[in-house]
Design a protein around this ligand. Sequence first.
Ligand SMILES: Nc1ncnc2c1ncn2[C@@H]1O[C@H](COP(=O)(O)OP(=O)(O)O)[C@@H](O)[C@H]1O
Ligand SMILES: [Mg+2]
Length: 128
Amino acid sequence: MRTQLLDTARTGLTARSGVLFHGPAGIGKSVLVSALTADTVGTVLRCSPSEADADLPFAGLVDLVARIPDSCLQALAPELRDALQAALLRGPAPADGRGRLAVRVAVLEVLRVLAADNPVVLVLDGLQ
Ligand SMILES: Nc1ncnc2c1ncn2[C@@H]1O[C@H](COP(=O)(O)OP(=O)(O)O)[C@@H](O)[C@H]1O
Ligand SMILES: [Mg+2]
């Protein structure tokens, strides 16, 4: 049963852009994702935000970006890099109001840079 589910999920990751597991807490979604990503080729970026993280800006992003090599961040334009570094609490926040939009653009850009070299799997566990 689980083998069949894993095969279907692998197809979802390769033939399509992604796969969504849903169901009640404790049904085994996180364990399944770990099994799925254990043999994934490429970079796996994962976040598992808890309820307590809901009020913390960019809490999930901190975990996702943690495994992105610094060289990818260095490839960003300075304005985007500074905004992302600020969101990750690695640098001062930009003085103007463009920061939040710049963070979004920076995340897209850095994922593009990362995905140019090898496959990237984004795991958002416990999205609700
Ligand atoms: N295939 C499985 N066989 C036995 N136990 C499992 C299996 N999948 C999950 N579990 C156990 O069930 C519990 C909940 O699994 P988890 O993946 O955290 O659920 P969810 O993410 O859906 O809330 C964990 O203690 C896990 O060890
Ligand atoms: Mg879970």
